[in-house]
Design a protein around this ligand. Sequence first.
Ligand SMILES: CC(C)(COP(=O)(O)OP(=O)(O)OC[C@H]1O[C@@H](n2cnc3c(N)ncnc32)[C@H](O)[C@@H]1OP(=O)(O)O)[C@@H](O)C(=O)NCCC(=O)NCCS
Length: 175
Amino acid sequence: MIVTPFGSLRIYSHADAESLAKYADNPKIAENLRDGFPHPYTRKNAIEFIDIAISKNPPTLFAIADSHEAIGGIGLMPKNDVHRLTAELGYWLGEPFWGRGVVTEAVQAIVTYGFEKLGLLRIFAEPYDSNPASCKVLEKAGFIFEGRLKNNVIKNGVIRDSMMYAITRNPPKKQ
Ligand SMILES: CC(C)(COP(=O)(O)OP(=O)(O)OC[C@H]1O[C@@H](n2cnc3c(N)ncnc32)[C@H](O)[C@@H]1OP(=O)(O)O)[C@@H](O)C(=O)NCCC(=O)NCCS
């Protein structure tokens, strides 16, 4: 578990299925994510996701939780081959909790985890150009805007640009 000012990032359990389905079932969330994040989002979708999340070792997918329940999700998706020291970052938060700095704090916490525990050197995120709140989160968390990826995605039938943000650390010095 990673403690943050608002609560924690913690491993999922099957008991989170109800709250995940409650908060994730929101088109304002799904429209900003990959098609793999469904809408509508059912309890069955939540259970399938939780099964994937708890199978990861080391853990890379965490619930954003307050003292009562899971209120969102955040995760690192490590790449492979020559990109194996890089991971993509993704996140979402239940709408009742937006605008309180929760995800900025969660991003800062998972970046530290990714660098210190997973040994990553680069963490990136690619919000759509229609998502200024997510761009702001990344800027507040210290990510650098690296450029606009033209026509990078098609979401809900609309072709969009992605905004490439990344945070990096220097490789450890050789002994
Ligand atoms: C984007 C999202 C993760 C932000 O979470 P959050 O906890 O509300 O974010 P924070 O409160 O830490 O920061 C949001 C910042 O964006 C700003 N913001 C919100 N809407 C904005 C808009 N339309 N234009 C510009 N800035 C905006 C807020 O004012 C805040 O900045 P501030 O602290 O300087 O005032 C959340 O809204 C969400 O889950 N959205 C749907 C899923 C999603 O977009 N995931 C990311 C995919 S890349």
